[in-house]
Design a protein around this ligand. Structure first.
Ligand SMILES: [Mn+2]
Length: 226
């Protein structure tokens, strides 16, 4: 299938209204392929709205919704009593989920199943070039095998410097996870890391002046939220 655009969307983090300003600007159709890079929840005020929307959107045949480290923390908290989520913006999300479960008890099972089924990466050849979409990246530091298949889950979800300071592969990675503000990119805008085949498109939705961004990897055109 030859799609008109291949659209990658960065972290929304519970900023659902802000996300919708982006989504409307992009105007996704059935002729596009859309990949969401994860982190739908935490740090915003519309976490359940964001989660419900992506749970529904991900059923479309031309949409891939990856797992982010925040979905993983939510899963580990609910399934294994892991506390990490509470220190990373999860408490607000948990309160929203409790309110939703009062109305619709099956929501929690649906959400957990959704997270479990999320792929950690998506590989695609576009116009003869290889692309890998994942939440954080791969550990490419020294001894490590940098291929995406060789990585453990934690790396794909959490890696930062060991990816963008070391990766030298030919496949182009498109990632979220590390806001470009961490690399002093102001105003926030997706960047192609110098000399590396890496697109970083998390533009820090929850920071002051932060945005949510979308990249069409075919044309390298970029859209941003309010
Ligand atoms: Mn994130």
């Amino acid at each position: 299938m030859d799609y008109k655009r291949v659209l990658a969307f960065g972290d929304m983090h519970g900023h659902f209204s802000k996300f919708m300003t982006l989504y409307e600007r992009v105007g996704v159709t059935d002729e596009d392929f859309a990949i969401f890079l994860g982190d739908y929840i935490d740090r915003g005020t519309e976490n359940v709205k964001a989660l419900k929307w992506i749970m529904s959107e991900a059923r479309k045949p031309n949409v891939i919704a990856l797992r982010g480290n925040h979905e993983q923390m939510m899963f580990d908290s609910i399934m294994h009593n892991d506390l990490n989520w509470y220190f990373n913006g999860g408490l607000k999300t948990l309160m929203e989920i409790r309110a939703e479960v009062k109305l619709r008890p099956e929501f929690i099972t649906d959400a957990i199943t959704f997270i479990r089924e999320r792929p950690l990466y998506h590989r695609m050849t576009i116009d003869g070039r290889e692309y890998v979409f994942c939440h954080a990246g791969v550990d490419a530091h020294e001894d490590h095998d940098p291929s995406v298949e060789a990585q453990d889950e934690m790396k794909l979800l959490w890696v930062r410097e060991d990816f963008y300071n070391y990766y030298e592969g030919s496949a182009t990675y498109v990632v979220g996870h590390t806001p470009v503000q961490y690399l002093d990119v102001e105003p926030p805008y997706p960047i192609k890391v110098g000399g590396r085949n890496i697109w970083m498109i998390d533009t820090g939705s929850y920071f002051d002046g932060g945005k949510i961004s979308c990249l069409d990897v075919k044309s390298e055109r970029i859209w941003q939220s309010d």
